[in-house]
Design a protein around this ligand. Structure first.
Ligand code: ADP
Length: 655
């Protein structure tokens, strides 16, 4: 076939016009696109050769070679993959076949600046070459055809391209980029190595470059060898070396990967110096195919609390790196997870915007979430050595032994973030609830699960009791806990800032309601005996006049004043209504500079307490009333509205 000229499909011409007339912030993506095409071509050859081994000809090692010629201003990407026939070159390099690219082209607005940015972001496959090249020559031969059936395709990236037959000994494709003057930086070994390291380290295909060696130049003084030589420069040696790692760890079978290799890979992708706590590695098949390699770090990063922090997942499509921090692949409450997702279905030119909408991505996100939760459930299950029920202790396997204490470790670092999931991921709420751990009035360490608590509940107890406070000490010594201690009822102590918010979304565990001991009227239900109830009712009756006076004195501070039997040693405490915001949360919001409703608590007094008994008829009634209120506020971690007035009142009484 002698030289023929063909016109580009209209959409290609439109696209090329934009590509050639714009400058790009990340124009280096052209290399990613071309290497990825080369890699696809090798994959195709591998596949076809399954039925026709002859296609390998005498070159069974599939590879990509990068080379450049500074004098000729060319950069060449050569693969020994499937290659193209003349017709294929005309069809594939003259039209846009892929629907993704078509959609993309239809989105172009015609505004050069914004379109340029879009192209840079998406990459447009083969045509990306024109970002850096003023002319592209493709020389190719389809595997299995005769050397004389090679093809040369040439285009300046305007309206048309030329094709002619050539003789090409080796199968596969060379894409020769005739670099623009301002793109000459790509005719450089270091630059190319850098880009390959960034985008193609995990392509399993070796990418080769010719080794360069430093050569000394001619003698400075021909009559005196001692004077040394002029600098010669880097010279090609004719030896080729692989410049990418050429092995995507996650594509290898699990059994071939050592723990050390897994840990090394984690360190490489996370820039963490410490080993990960654990990981999960799976190939997921079905309607959406992908491989996931997900790690839980051993330590929380400094900025864990930043909810804007990006996810730690790198997205690959068929081993080609697409993007870092693919937040669409992992919910925010699992933002500490690091790893890689390699999808077989997503298009290479997928953008963050497209990710948000993709159904495949949704499936991947759900799959990854479930995997992480299973991994945590497994750690939680093996956190403690099982207690023996029959006096015989089980001998733990090495694997289980390694898991001892791991969940506690995880929880100490990331437990509070995990709790965000209660409000963020309703579908997994039940699973998340089971993963929660708390300290309690009977267990100082953060180790009590709702299930542990339920198993220890008293006969007749029908709620899981908890208290939220700023610190463990404040929670433990809170007046609201007194009667629970007296009766030996366990109360969960919640001291993470997120607890109050997160518990808004959880009303019960496994059929048992959660009840804050600082909210609502005191009611222990069946745990209170008749005698106690009667005494409380009597006290309420006798205290009526005092309560009325207290209410009047504290009308600006307290919503209501009532007697309670929840107190043992303290004279008074503050509670809020059942569905009201706790005072602690209100304070937290205020500190964070956010709008918080004014919370007016209920003052509850202990009719058995000497100070309360003294109220009736006291000449200091007004001062005592305010001291009672302010002390109750202090006890639960708040500050009196007027601290100086409080001090004055106490001092007056003391003296
Ligand atoms: P995509 O690769 O996303 O389909 P491109 O515009 O990059 O889109 O390439 C169009 C087509 O050209 C490819 O689908 C492939 O058939 C062919 N092609 C491109 N590069 C090569 C190559 N190095 N070897 C063989 N075929 C190629």
């Amino acid at each position: 076939m002698s030289k023929q000229t063909h016109a580009f499909q209209a959409e290609v011409a439109q696209l090329l016009h934009l590509v050639t007339h714009s400058l790009y912030s990340n124009r280096e993506i052209f290399l990613r696109e071309l290497i990825s095409n080369a890699s696809d071509a090798c994959d195709k050859l591998r596949f076809e050769a399954l039925n026709n081994n002859g296609l390998y000809e005498d070159a069974p090692d599939l590879q990509v070679r990068l080379s450049f010629d500074q004098a000729a201003k060319t950069l060449t990407i050569t693969d020994n993959g499937i290659g193209m026939t003349a017709q294929e070159a005309i069809d594939h390099l003259g039209t846009i076949a892929k629907s993704g690219t078509k959609d993309f082209v239809s989105k172009l607005s015609g505004d050069q600046k914004s379109d340029a940015q879009l192209i840079g972001q998406f990459g447009v496959g083969f045509y990306s070459g024109f970002i850096v090249a003023e002319k592209i020559t493709v020389e190719t031969r389809r595997a299995g055809t005769a050397a004389a059936e090679g093809v040369r395709w040439i285009s300046g990236g305007t309206g048309d391209f030329e094709v002619e037959t050539i003789t090409r000994a080796e199968r596969g494709t060379s894409v020769i980029l005739h670099l623009r003057e301002e793109a000459m930086e790509y005719a450089n070994t270091w630059k190319l190595k850098e880009i390959v390291g960034k985008y193609a380290d995990h392509i399993s295909l070796p990418i080769l470059m010719e080794k360069e060696e430093w050569q000394d130049g001619e003698l400075i003084d021909p009559s005196n060898e001692e004077a040394g030589r002029k600098p010669g420069g880097m010279l090609k040696t004719g030896e080729w070396e692989t410049i990418n790692k050429a092995s995507a760890l996650w594509t290898r079978p699990k059994k071939d990967i050592s723990d050390e290799q897994y840990a090394d890979f984690y360190k490489q992708i996370s820039r963490d110096f410490e080993a990960p706590l654990t990981w999960t590695h799976n190939r997921v098949e079905g309607s959406t195919e992908y491989t996931q390699l997900l790690y839980i770090p051993g330590k929380a990063p400094q900025d864990l609390w930043n909810r804007d922090k990006k996810a730690g997942i790198k997205l690959y499509v068929k081993r080609v790196f697409i993007m870092d921090e693919a937040e669409a692949l992992m919910p925010s409450y699992l933002r500490f997870v690091k790893g890689v997702v390699d999808s077989a279905d997503l298009p290479l030119n997928v953008s963050r915007e497209l990710l948000q909408e993709s159904r495949d991505v949704k499936a991947i996100r759900e799959g990854c979430t479930k995997r992480v939760l299973s991994m945590l459930e497994d750690l939680a299950k093996h956190d403690k050595a099982p207690e023996s029920t029959d006096g015989v202790t089980d001998v733990l396997s090495e694997e289980d032994k390694a898991k001892l204490g791991q969940y506690s470790k995880f929880y100490a670092e990331f437990g509070a973030v995990l709790k965000e999931g209660l409000g963020e991921d309703f579908g997994n709420q039940a699973r998340l609830s089971k993963l929660l751990r708390f300290a309690s009035s009977t267990h100082d360490t953060v180790s009590v699960s709702f299930a542990d608590y339920k198993a220890r509940m008293k006969e007749g107890q029908d709620a899981i009791y908890y208290i939220t406070a700023d610190t463990l000490a404040a929670a433990k010594n809170s007046p609201q806990l007194e009667v629970f201690k007296k009766k030996g009822i366990e109360v969960l102590l919640m001291t993470d800032r997120v607890d109050e918010w997160a518990l808004n979304f959880v009303n019960e565990f496994d059929g048992t309601p959660l009840q804050s001991v600082a909210k609502g009227a005191f009611d222990l239900g069946k745990l209170q005996d008749e005698e106690e109830k009667k005494a409380a009712e009597d006290a309420a009756e006798t205290f009526k006049p005092v309560l009325a006076k207290l209410k009047e004195a504290l009308k600006d501070k307290a919503e209501d004043v009532r007697v309670t039997s929840r107190l043992v040693d303290s004279p008074a405490c503050l509670v809020v209504t059942d569905d009201g915001m706790s005072m602690q949360l209100a304070r937290m919001l205020k500190q964070a500079g956010q709008q918080a409703p004014e919370v007016k608590p209920v003052l509850e007094v202990n009719p058995e307490h000497a100070l309360v008994k003294k109220l009736d008829g006291s000449v200091h009634f007004h001062d005592l009333a305010h001291i009672l209120f302010d002390q109750a506020l202090l006890a639960e971690g708040g500050l009196p509205a007027d601290p100086a007035a409080y001090v004055k009142r106490v001092n007056a009484l003391l003296s």
